[in-house]
Design a protein around this ligand. Structure first.
Ligand code: FA5
Ligand code: MG
Length: 367
């Protein structure tokens, strides 16, 4: 399938809008002077130093994948929410824009790889705020062990892999941030057991930077690695880069404004971003009676379709159900450009269009 076929306006099995289509193929992570490229290269350095010659890197795998790759191959249950049209961009009923780099684990295992990193753009229908964007970048890491590796350790394979995983990622965090406080939180992923999240303490807050765990046996068995164990992790590059470079809003990564791009250069991790403008946001509220099909992700898609990157946040500020059982939501939309000041007229036009489309597309009753 080529990128040309990604948007199909009248196909009910397709929900990819133009705003997403226009991001496919930009590959911010392959630009050496972009914060995401700088961060990627710094993580490469860590793996090259810690495991000389072992990790093979893939940063150019196609983001269009089958539902089998994205979900089935990593054991995502048939009824899991991530499979819904509300959470994932479908090109057709069998093809999605990958929602995580884990979509490539199985094929790379089958090709015989034992140590690999996959970096790529991933896509999710999601809410809108300063740390969420419908396209972001992940790095997947994967390491396979054979029985020889753990036989003398006094541990079983799972404990051995979990110990190595934590040591490797603590080392990576130190490589990126210097001495930092970090903590491990137990969590759940369909493809790993046990599963963990790593949080680092930074500027007064705990920040989730990655998910990881010991790979489910079934994945190894199905892909030619019976009797082996493995670990895997998936980290969000934007979240790390926002902290390392002091980038206040996730939309900035997509900016072509010289005043943004000129502040970063190859090999320079952690240069602090200097905001070049501080335009105030403009808030518009909108209330409506929802129906059974209403979802916040659908609302955000409508707003983004009209306002593009001029929308900074869409936030539920009031929610009540009346005596007749009708539920009202009030959303506050924040409009703000990172690059210039917006005129009243421009904002009023956008808000008027948002109201019209919310009415016609989401079939809710405006109040
Ligand atoms: C995953 O995507 C798992 N595939 C990670 C994984 C891989 C677990 C291998 C175990 C083994 P999660 O949905 O939590 O997990 O996303 C991973 C990271 O992506 C998060 O920690 C966060 O840093 C980042 N992230 C998630 N959603 C967004 C978003 N909308 N915008 C920016 N970053 C995001
Ligand atoms: Mg998570």
């Amino acid at each position: 399938m080529s990128f040309v076929d990604v948007v199909k306006e009248d196909d009910p099995t397709n929900n990819v809008p133009d705003t997403i289509y226009s991001k496919i193929g930009l590959q911010l992570h392959r630009r050496d002077n972009h914060p995401l490229g700088i961060l990627k290269n710094t993580i490469y350095d860590y793996f090259d130093k810690s495991f000389p010659g072992q990790f093979v890197k893939f940063d150019d795998l196609c983001p269009l994948v089958s539902t089998k790759q994205n979900f089935d191959d990593v054991l995502v249950p048939a009824d899991h929410v991530s499979r819904s049209y509300n959470d994932t961009y479908y090109v057709d009923s069998q093809t999605v824009l990958r929602c995580h780099t884990s979509a490539h684990q199985a094929e790379l295992l089958r090709e015989g790889h034992r140590h690999f990193l996959v970096i790529g753009d991933v896509y999710r229908r999601d809410s809108i705020d300063s740390t969420h964007y419908p396209v972001f970048h992940q790095m997947e890491g994967f390491r396979v062990f054979s029985p020889d590796d753990w036989s003398g350790s006094g541990m079983d394979g799972t404990a051995y892999a979990a110990t190595d995983l934590k040591k490797t990622l603590e080392g990576l965090a130190t490589h990126l941030f210097g001495a930092v406080e970090m903590r491990w939180v137990d969590t759940y992923f369909p493809f790993t057991n046990p599963s963990f999240e790593l949080e680092i303490y930074f500027q007064g807050d705990w920040l989730e930077v990655l998910g990881c765990g010991v790979t489910e046996q079934e994945i190894l068995k199905s892909n030619g690695r019976t009797d082996h164990v493995a670990w895997a992790f998936g980290l969000g590059l934007e979240r790390l880069a926002m902290v390392l470079f002091d980038i206040p809003d996730i939309r900035l990564f997509w900016s072509n404004d010289q005043r943004f791009t000129s502040q970063f250069s190859k090999g320079k991790l952690g240069v602090k971003f200097k905001p070049f403008s501080k335009f105030p946001p403009c808030y518009k509220d909108m209330s409506f009676w929802i129906n059974d099909e209403f979802t916040e992700n659908n609302l955000c898609e409508v707003v983004r379709g009209i306002a593009g990157d001029l929308v900074e946040e869409v936030k539920l500020i009031d929610n009540f159900t009346n005596k007749k059982g009708m539920t009202s939501h009030c959303y506050r939309i924040a409009y703000r450009s990172m690059e210039r000041s917006l005129t009243d007229e421009e904002i009023n036009d956008m808000q008027w269009n948002v109201r019209e489309e919310v009415k016609s597309k989401l079939r809710v009753e405006l109040r």
